[in-house]
Design a protein around this ligand. Structure first.
Ligand code: PGA
Length: 248
């Protein structure tokens, strides 16, 4: 059986100002430094405005930096957008792509996300591609079809499996306090791996949606769950670190 390193990612979404964001990042960096050598990987994905100061603050710590989105072009006339190359320039290692909030609010399609994945991998970033069923899909028993379809449409024809992380995030679990049974998560993770074919065993598949300190151990103990993508609970250093520590 493949042993994959666990990955704990904080998705701050649109939260954090210069002072509060820097403080939070520094607190987490200090916790990580105290726990070195780390037996798991940790990344913070603050809003774009905080990437540079936090990149500097994380220097010398094992905590890695990630962004929450990028454009598919390398540069050009795209007002308001940020390219993958720009993120790499700031020291980002990861970028979250195809989060359900972006799929819903900006009507991001699989085809668009696939273009972003290709661009981000070309820039050297590890792409965290999010997939997940809606409550309606769950209710109608079409979860598995939805996940497989979403994943295949969100990946470009050619990609590096070493630069791919898949985040299984049931839409109904995000920010709701509801979490599927760990068995259900494991079985979807197996499905994701199978749908990736031969490379599936090596790809980290992480879970996201209402992860908090008290449910993190159960999730992280599962062989199929290679980490967690944490939203709300990543905005507090004690809470986030107590989740991360469950990956030991
Ligand atoms: P949550 O968000 O932990 O607040 O549910 C997870 C996510 O959207 O990535």
């Amino acid at each position: 059986m493949a042993t994959r390193r666990k990955l704990i990612v904080g998705n701050w979404k649109m939260n954090g100002r210069l002072t509060s964001g820097l403080n939070l990042a520094k607190e987490i960096a200090n916790r990580a430094i105290e726990s070195m050598p780390l037996e798991f990987d940790v990344a913070l994905c603050p809003p774009a405005t905080l990437l540079w100061p936090i990149s500097e603050a994380l220097m010398g710590s094992p905590v890695m930096l990630g962004a929450q989105d990028c454009h598919y072009a390398n540069h050009g006339a795209y007002t308001g957008d940020i390219s993958a190359g720009m993120l790499a320039d700031l020291g980002c290692r990861y970028v979250i792509l195809g989060h359900s909030e972006r799929r819903a609010a900006y009507e991001e399609t699989g085809a668009l996300i696939a273009k972003k994945v290709a661009a981000a991998q070309l820039a050297g970033l590890v792409t965290i591609v999010c997939v997940g069923e809606t409550l309606e899909q769950r209710a109608t028993g079409t979860t598995e079809t939805a996940i497989v379809q979403q994943l295949s449409s969100s990946l470009p024809e050619k990609f590096h499996s070493s630069q791919l992380v898949v985040a299984y995030e049931p839409v109904w679990a995000i920010g709701s306090g509801d979490v599927p049974e760990t068995d259900e998560v494991s079985s979807i993770h197996r499905l994701i791996r199978r749908s990736l074919g031969a490379m599936g065993e090596a790809v980290q598949v992480i879970y996201g949606g209402s992860v908090v300190p008290h449910n993190a151990r159960d999730l992280l103990e599962q062989h199929e769950i290679d980490g967690v993508l944490v939203g709300g609970a990543s905005l507090n250093s004690d809470g986030f670190w107590s989740i991360a520590e469950k990956a030991r």
